[in-house]
Design a protein around this ligand. Structure first.
Ligand code: PMP
Length: 360
């Protein structure tokens, strides 16, 4: 039923002032090739699964560690920072939402690229953060010089999404050198697939917050674990906002699974390498079919066919049980964002595309 039809007009108006982010479809049908939400085609590390089973058998009647000490210490060791420089949350979405409230809300506007993660304008609107978007250049890249203007804060996804293009760490360094006085958040959801993390710059830049997730490269999207690294001052600001909502950042199972995942470096490296190889293979196949594919440093590709409408292509693929995401912003209208799955997924994607393009 249409909720608007049953809602009291007063509440309905309040609800209409918010336009929430719409996540990609999570269909219940099986045997779909699901390449629409940038999940990993591989399972989490077996060590993470074992640790979660043990946590389940252990003591769910007890509250979890409100400080997530073990996980924060493991993340600190992994990234070469102190545990007090690590903040954890329920997916990087929650970490970013807290960063909008704690850091990015400033009297002067927040800047972010005009084609980027579409949750940023949603949070800005929800939390009353004034913002301005900065166009990408003609190659759909973020140009650091374009951020040298009046601003209260900056958030950049690196690699960017949905374009998949990464900036080298030196470029983020250049941005920070010019903007030492405002909070800068770098969202590195996809960094493990060939990007360069800005984390080593934290030591010299107390205004830098680096946000990462366990949803993509560690295949734990369903567990909801994200984190931020930064100066203790920034982490303290995030913690105060979090404690005002919920003093438990993550449940016991999530803390156990995420901590164990960090212990399995071999599995992590192997699965990332397989996804990178799969991305290069998918790029070659799409190029052969006439697609223009942006150079990706992520677990997805951003591609368009010069003679095809993105929405129609996505719909035709869906009829063939292949789910991809298309983007309907004016400048990105014909683009498809396709997650790198298994070799078999790519084969089915390409077969379906051949089918659609030859109108069979
Ligand atoms: N940042 C970017 C750029 C993303 O694409 C996503 C995934 N939708 C996220 C953050 C959030 O991921 P999660 O909440 O699963 O950590």
């Amino acid at each position: 039923p249409d909720p608007d039809a049953t809602m009291n007009p007063f509440w309905s108006q309040i609800a209409h002032e918010l336009s929430p982010y719409v996540p990609g479809e999570q269909p219940r049908i099986t045997n779909l090739v699901k390449l629409n939400t940038n999940e990993s085609p591989f399972g989490p590390s077996p060590l993470a699964l074992d640790a979660m089973r043990a946590a389940l058998a252990d003591s769910l009647r007890l509250y979890p560690d409100p400080e997530a000490t073990e996980l924060r210490e493991a993340l600190a060791a992994h990234h070469g920072v102190k545990a007090e420089q690590v903040f954890v949350g329920n997916g990087s979405d929650e970490v970013l939402a807290h960063a909008f409230v704690a850091l990015l809300k400033q009297p002067k506007p927040l800047l972010f690229p005009d084609v980027t993660y579409s949750f940023y304008p949603v949070w800005a609107q929800l939390f009353g953060v004034a913002f301005e978007t900065v166009p990408l250049d003609d190659g759909m890249r973020v140009r650091i010089e374009d951020y040298w203007r009046e601003a209260g804060s900056i958030v950049i996804a690196n690699p960017n999404a949905p374009t998949g293009i990464a900036l080298p760490r030196a470029e983020i360094g250049r941005l920070l050198k010019d903007r030492p006085d405002i909070p800068v958040v770098i969202d590195e959801a996809y960094v493990d697939f060939g990007g360069e993390s800005a984390a080593p710059l934290i030591a010299d830049h107390p205004n830098l917050l680096v946000v990462q997730t366990m949803s993509k490269s560690r295949a734990l999207a369903g567990l909801r674990v994200g984190y931020a690294l930064g100066d203790v001052g920034l982490i303290e600001a995030l913690t105060r906002v979090k404690d005002s909502f919920n003093s438990y950042p993550l449940g016991r199972i999530a803390q156990a699974g995420a901590t164990a995942s960090l212990r399995d470096d071999t599995y992590f490296r192997e699965t990332c390498a397989r996804i990178i190889a799969g991305r290069e293979a998918m790029t070659r196949e799409l190029t052969k079919l006439g697609f223009v594919v942006l150079p990706s440093s992520t677990n997805f590709v951003f591609a368009r066919h010069p003679a095809q409408d993105g929405a129609k292509l996505a719909a035709a693929l869906r009829e063939r049980a292949v789910l991809v995401r298309h983007f309907n912003k004016p400048r990105t209208a014909p683009w498809l964002r396709i997650t790198v799955g298994t070799e078999d997924d790519t084969r089915r994607l390409i077969e379906s595309l051949v089918d659609v393009l030859t109108d069979r």
